[in-house]
Design a protein around this ligand. Structure first.
Ligand SMILES: Nc1ncnc2c1ncn2[C@@H]1O[C@H](COP(=O)(O)OP(=O)(O)OP(=O)(O)O)[C@@H](O)[C@H]1O
Ligand SMILES: [Mg+2]
Length: 356
């Protein structure tokens, strides 16, 4: 196999800090300081040393031209990973090689190989200039000539659906529109690899569609560029990616094509529909320990629905029997295709969106 464009090897990053931060100048900080002077234990207000393992031995590779997703919930370590790839944060240990260059030794070469769209990237635009001029400025910084900078700026604004805002100040844009402007900035410079940290977070569905369409169809399929993007949206990852790495608490849980991840799931996922009494059905299923996890529950006026991962050895018939013996009649019980949310739940016992 040829050398991949990105190789991440046993990456580890631990954050150590005090809470409250001794430099924070907050009331909590002063309270804890004064109690300390008096030689008293500050109790719940005391400064506490905290250690967070943000990346815990993460390894994976991305091949040239791949569309690769890093899927994980809040706090999984996605932004920390992106910062390490972008050479703005040094890992404690492990190694990253991008386009043949080591991020800890060949920073300039790595930076020339990637175009990064950071999360909350709307910071850093000048509201004295128009949106278009801001992009042109960044284009010039990236080394484009005046004409290229103008053309690319317009093309990038169009890609994120903001072409009509070319002459407006970024200060007049909503936060979702500013996020789109930040994505546009990343599109000015065509490096071999695009790295985008949650490019569709905080963006409405139509704009999210436009951003996805552009990065998948124009950048990746059209121009053949490699894309790594992070998301906590499992259906986005499932629909878009050639391959997905599912991460949680800095660890890799699984990595493969979305269809292969789903196919490898040993658990049977079923959907039960009922004309009524879905709540009773839920209780019955919980009491009998039939399901490993109930992943969806809905009770309406004249219909109800339950979706669940079944415990091993349990099938649709056992669900039917259990419900019937409790006087509940399902209108249908059918096996359904699992999704990446089911894969995440299988590995962690938790939902991707954080609800248990
Ligand atoms: N500068 C920092 N100092 C201390 N802890 C940090 C710092 N940056 C991140 N962390 C911690 O590291 C862990 C991973 O954070 P990170 O921002 O990488 O997660 P994430 O996957 O990007 O989450 P989100 O989906 O919320 O953006 C979290 O527990 C976070 O609290
Ligand atoms: Mg993040």
């Amino acid at each position: 196999m040829s050398e991949p464009i990105l190789r991440v090897e046993r990456l580890r990053k631990v954050f150590r800090y005090s809470n409250p931060d001794p430099n924070s100048n907050t009331a909590d900080m002063w309270f804890s300081y004064l109690l300390g002077l008096l030689g008293k234990d500050a109790g719940p207000f005391g400064a506490e040393r905290r250690t967070v393992v943000a990346l815990d031995g993460l390894s994976f590779e991305v091949g040239w031209g791949e569309f690769f997703g890093v899927l994980g919930p809040n706090g999984a370590g996605k932004t920390t990973l992106v910062k390490v790839l972008a050479t703005v944060l040094r890992p404690d240990s492990g190694r990253v090689v991008i386009n043949g260059h080591d991020t800890s030794q060949e920073t300039a070469r790595v930076r020339a190989s990637i175009s990064v769209v950071p999360a909350a990237g709307w910071l850093g635009f000048d509201s004295q200039l128009t949106a278009g001029r801001n992009l042109e400025f960044w284009g010039r910084i990236y080394g484009l000539d005046r004409k290229q900078a103008h053309e690319r700026s317009f093309e990038a604004l169009k890609a994120v659906g903001l072409e009509e805002w070319y002459s407006e100040s970024p200060g007049h844009l909503s936060s979702g529109m500013r996020q789109r402007l930040a994505v546009a900035r990343g599109l000015l410079f065509h490096a071999p690899m695009f790295i985008l940290d949650e490019p569709t977070a905080n963006v409405d569905p139509a704009a999210a569609y436009q951003i996805r369409d552009f990065i998948r169809n124009e950048l990746n399929r059209g121009l053949g560029q490699t894309v790594l993007f992070t998301t906590h949206n499992m259906s986005e990852a499932e629909q878009l990616c050639d391959r997905v790495a599912i991460v949680d608490r800095g660890r890799l849980l699984a990595r493969d094509r979305p269809s292969a991840l789903v196919a490898a799931l040993p658990d049977r996922v079923v959907e039960v529909r009922l004309p009524s009494r879905a709540r009773d059905a839920l209780r019955e299923i919980r009491e009998r320990g039939i399901a490993l996890h109930v992943t969806d529950y809905f009770e309406g006026e004249d219909s109800g629905r339950l979706r669940m991962q079944l415990r091993s050895g349990v099938d649709e018939d056992s669900v039917d029997r259990a419900l019937s013996s409790a006087g509940l009649e399902a209108s249908s019980i059918r096996r359904v295709q699992p999704n990446l949310e089911d894969v995440f739940l299988h590995h962690t016992g938790r939902r991707l969106d954080g609800d248990a």
